[in-house]
Design a protein around this ligand. Structure first.
Ligand code: URA
Length: 264
């Protein structure tokens, strides 16, 4: 009770509150409900608040080197089947996504002569075999003239055929440098596993990949070294289909090859 009040005054005040409708005493000290409520304490500025340590972003994976991945996969292959499987499992070449089939090789793997073309075309993509379209038909005829065929079981009369790229480029466009670079370790391993005596480099892209230079008109007709073996650059049969006059040069080159195979 307020000490300034007499018992009579306090009783009179209580009666007055009962008259106003109060029915229950809740607390000793009165509460002035008209007083504006005190603002809640402002939130501390962000800098002052204790900072919950934010989760660190996951470490960025090191960039993948497609050539190094290809090299490791190719070098791990101990035979042609393993190499074909490694190529089929290689996911870093975009060409794979647009291709129907991996075109690995055709012919007799014991052949003395390994022909290296550019990349599969439409027919090759459908069949999963190199040089089976029009250009392939001409290739078979050309080599047939010097007694070599892809289906011949005798190593000295056989051909083994592959390409720089195992997947068809869209609309048969030229291979890109990056595509060639990432597939080259597979080609190098392919040559090492087949171990032919002689390579025939069919056209500019094959020369570019294995010799590091193009210019088939000047390169053809001369023996060079590729991957440590004798190699003969030749006009691509697709070019010969368009350029009849160049067939004479191709015939000359085939005879060079035949002479070499006979030990000349
Ligand atoms: N041209 C090539 O270079 N390779 C093929 O397999 C078919 C056409």
């Amino acid at each position: 009770m307020d000490p300034a009040l007499t018992p009579h005054e306090a009783l009179a005040l209580l009666a007055w509150q009962v008259d106003l409708g109060a029915t229950e005493a809740i607390c000793d000290a009165p509460v002035n409900r008209y007083e504006a409520p005190r603002p809640a304490p402002a939130a501390a500025p962000a800098a002052a608040r204790p900072v919950a340590s934010a989760p660190r972003p996951p470490a960025r994976p090191a960039p993948v080197d497609p050539v190094a991945v290809a090299r490791a996969a190719a070098d791990a292959a101990t035979d042609r089947e393993g190499l074909a499987a490694a190529m089929a499992a290689y996911e870093l070449c975009e060409l794979k996504k647009g291709a129907r089939n991996l075109v690995f090789s055709d012919g007799n793997p014991k052949a003395r002569v390994m022909v290296i073309g550019e990349a599969p075309g439409r027919e090759e993509d459908l069949q999963g075999k190199p040089f089976v379209g029009r250009a392939g038909h001409l290739l078979d005829q050309m080599f047939g003239h010097i007694g070599l065929g892809r289906n011949d079981p005798a190593a000295e009369r056989a051909l083994y055929i592959t390409n720089v790229l195992p997947w068809r480029p869209p609309q048969n466009r030229d291979p890109e440098a990056g595509e060639v670079a990432m597939m080259l370790p597979f080609l190098e391993r392919h040559v090492a596993l087949v171990d032919p005596d002689i390579l025939v480099l069919m056209g500019n892209h094959s020369c570019g990949a294995l010799l590091g230079r193009k210019g088939i008109t000047r390169l053809r007709g001369h023996w060079v070294q590729a991957l440590g073996r004798p190699a003969l650059p030749m006009f691509h049969p697709a070019y010969l289909l368009r350029t009849q006059l160049a067939k004479r040069d191709a015939w000359h080159d085939l005879l060079m090859l035949q002479t070499r195979l006979r030990g000349g």
